[in-house]
Design a protein around this ligand. Sequence first.
Ligand code: HEM
Length: 425
Amino acid sequence: MTAQTFKERDYFTDPTVLLDPYGYFEEMRPRGPVCQLETHDCLLISGFEECVEVLRNPADFSSLNSLASSAFPLPFKPEGSDISEQIEAHRDKYVGGDLVVTFDDAHHTNVRSLMSRMFTPSRLKANEVFMRDYAGELVRAAVAGGGCELVNQIATPYVTMVVADLLGVPAEDRTRFEEKIAAGQTVGSIENPDAPTDMSAVEFMGAYFYGYLEERMANPGTDLLSELATLPYPDGTKPDILELVGLAVFMFAAGQDTSAKLLGNSMRYIVDVPGLQQQLRDDRTLIPWLLEEVLRLEGSSKATHRIARRDTKIGDRPVPAGTQVIVALAAANRDPRRWGDDANEFKLKRPGIKQHIAFGRGSHTCAGAPLARAEVTAILNQFFDQTSDIRISAEKHGKPGARHYKFEPSFIIRGLENLYLELTP
Ligand code: HEM
């Protein structure tokens, strides 16, 4: 099929793209690493170098549409070669415009500085004890039952409780949040094209976090929320409480689906790649290599988005101010120019694997990446400790080589809706 003959599928709504986004990106690659979509007025960036270039250039690319996506036209007519002020003036028109991942410039640098002081190695270490114990409990119950549905029964409650523990959310409220998140629509839903990202769970949790932060300001403890309540910005000024609420809630929400899906995606590879399960059982030091290769091949964020705020370039291609771009992380992570001809294959210990951009790159790089890695490692270790064999249910997903899976109906998240496992103690 040549670039001229196929009818372009809609990245944002087509269910066949959802099933196989990688096939869609391969179809688009012959049009170049940066190409104009026919279905939407935006650029698709599928080249590794080009994605990195954009992510590393926040001076020319605003993050305001990183959650809302490039699917919608700008809510204003761009005027001139620098539209930074117009973009800021329309922040309230954007889903998530009050969340750190969409901030630009000094506002972002300030809020980001709070986060980097929170995810300290000693805090993660303390949280690891909770991860190990809670993962142990969940896996024990699953093994006793002979199997489990991994994504909803184990992964989602696990990651919710881990981040709740890290932040210091009171035990009695944790289940309430878990239920609210589980009941909500996925981010970037392809089933609701007019409002693909719903913020009601974030708003619901916001009211609780406001209360926690007020309480911690009056009586600081040792948890992360207390630290957040008392930390100043680098210039010595104190953040507004609403700013802190937004940050805490976003950290809570951003690490839910993404980390839970990483566990599901990892388990699928562990069981389906011949010999891999035994290799990992024999040598647990291979787990980090497995995670990085799964993140590259099947990272849980398929894409993020940017708006050119100034007349700029990507490579040699001129990009006028006001252009929206899809930074296709999943495409970049399989770009054969960067990863070679076997880019679509699973390869443990792939040279240069840490260069993948599943967690983004540049100033907005995922703040929770160390946590995501630690939590999935902890629970995989429990699965290996407590089982002698893990199988994917052939009844639910078909036999090896002819599996069928359902994927989260989202143009942002890549992950299994469910994964049924059989476990031998
Ligand atoms: C496998 C799991 C995860 C993946 C694949 C992932 C992916 C990403 C990506 C691609 C970005 C960059 C977005 C952009 O540049 O527009 C990001 C940002 C972010 N992530 Fe994650 N994430 C994961 C887990 C987590 C966890 C566990 C947390 C927190 C507890 C978290 C918190 C954040 C935050 C706060 C940001 C915004 C950083 C900023 O704007 O400066 N993420 N994540």
